[in-house]
Design a binder for this molecule. Structure first.
Ligand code: GDP
Length: 366
């Protein structure tokens, strides 16, 4: 029997026979109707320069794609957009989860768009997305006002690859956004360590978001990160948190005095504000624009961008070499075996690395 449930023993229960699945629900509905037209390099570049955000989004998707043909196309688009890029203020915004990054970016963003006009792009670098393959930073739903603002473009963190790879994609996205006329760029990252270095390597101003807590916030934040900051802002300075926030601000000011003067010649400032209630926002943006005027006047603005370009050249070399090595079939075939030998103490780490590299270089010569 096809359905044993239809037996007398299961009285009251009937299971109908299935039908053969039709080939297509509607034979006239061709899949190709929905296929998007492939764009040429020039289509992308023209669209981007016109400020077409749909095309900009598609170009960013190309940058993020792992397919070699997409990557090659993306590189051509980036190259052609490069002459139109650079005219922006790039601000890195970092803070631990819960520090109020999305709330703050929402109010900061709407504030500067109202105050200065222009267009704002919000991008992100989220190292955690490497594990989860999904990104929480730069998520539109977390930025209610900006996400519906006609002059804003929000893009979550690229999710695949190493931190270096993710950061490179964000940096390339900056170039496209600038070419599309976005003159204000925010790059959001979560304050957990290396990602700050990545963001610092692509922005003009690095803003560190803090919240006053139990009084031990200074211990929780690494010296290197504080040294990177051009401004530290203490969020949630509202309600019964005002006193604690002011105290935290003076702790940070004292701590910053112990650091040598940064190369920019700008002494980092510490301000308190409330993202939620929109208090002290103007002061923060005045500080950032003061900084930009200051470093443009003393030459540090261009110096820092040049240094960043140099840094990204080396990063790009490193990433390509690494990918070429690990994607090499012979290396891949031997890698697990060498790892096992190292674990069993049969060969040292250095000898194993050398054998793998020798194999790789021999392959390259062929
Ligand atoms: P993120 O994880 O750093 O992006 O932090 P969110 O912006 O999501 O904020 C975390 C929580 O802090 C949310 O519940 C916000 O409502 C709250 N919050 C953010 N800014 C403020 C503020 O200025 N004052 C107060 N009291 N709460 C805030």
């Amino acid at each position: 029997m096809e359905h044993p449930e239809n037996d007398e023993a299961y009285k009251g229960l009937t299971v109908n026979s299935g039908i053969i699945h039709p080939d297509s629900v509607n034979p006239y509905l061709k899949a190709s109707r929905f296929k998007r037209r492939e764009l040429s390099v020039n289509d992308y570049v023209e669209g981007i320069i016109k400020g077409d955000t749909v095309i900009l989004s598609r170009a960013v998707t190309l940058i993020e794609s792992l397919l070699p043909q997409h990557q090659a196309l993306a590189q051509e688009v980036i190259e052609k957009c490069l002459p139109y890029s650079g005219n922006s203020v790039r601000v890195g915004i970092s803070g631990v989860p819960g520090a109020g990054k999305s709330t703050s970016i929402d109010v900061f963003g709407t504030h500067i768009l109202e105050e200065k006009g222009g267009k704002l792009a919000v991008l992100a670098i989220d190292p955690s997305s490497e594990r989860t393959k999904g990104s929480i930073l730069g998520d539109k739903t977390r930025m209610e006002k900006l996400s519906v603002h006609p002059k804003s473009f929000i893009r979550p963190s690229p999710s695949a690859g190493s931190l270096g790879g993710v950061a490179r994609k964000t940096r390339e996205t900056i170039i496209l956004c600038e070419a599309a006329g976005f003159d204000k760029i925010f790059v959001e990252t979560v304050g957990v360590g290396q990602s700050e270095t990545a963001v610092h390597s692509m922005v003009d101003f690095f803003l560190l978001l803090q919240v006053a807590g139990t009084g031990d916030e200074l211990q929780g934040i690494k010296r290197g990160i504080m040294e990177m900051a051009d401004g530290i802002v203490i969020n949630k300075c509202d309600g019964d948190n005002v006193e604690r926030s002011n105290l935290a601000a003076s702790h940070f000011r004292n701590a910053l005095h112990l650091f040598p003067m940064p190369d920019s010649g700008w002494a980092p400032k510490v301000l308190t504000y409330s993202g939620f209630y929109g208090l002290g926002i103007k002061e923060i943006w005045d500080m950032i624009y003061q900084y930009v005027d200051f470093v443009k006047a003393n030459g540090y603005f261009q110096y820092r961008r040049n240094e960043q370009n140099k840094y990204w050249m080396y990063e790009s070399i490193n990433e390509n070499l690494r990918n070429s090595f690990y994607n090499n079939a012979s290396v891949d075939a031997m890698l697990a075996m060498k790892e096992e030998q190292v674990l069993q103490g049969k060969v040292t780490s250095f000898a194993a690395a050398k054998q793998l590299l020798d194999l790789y270089f021999a392959q390259m010569k062929k």
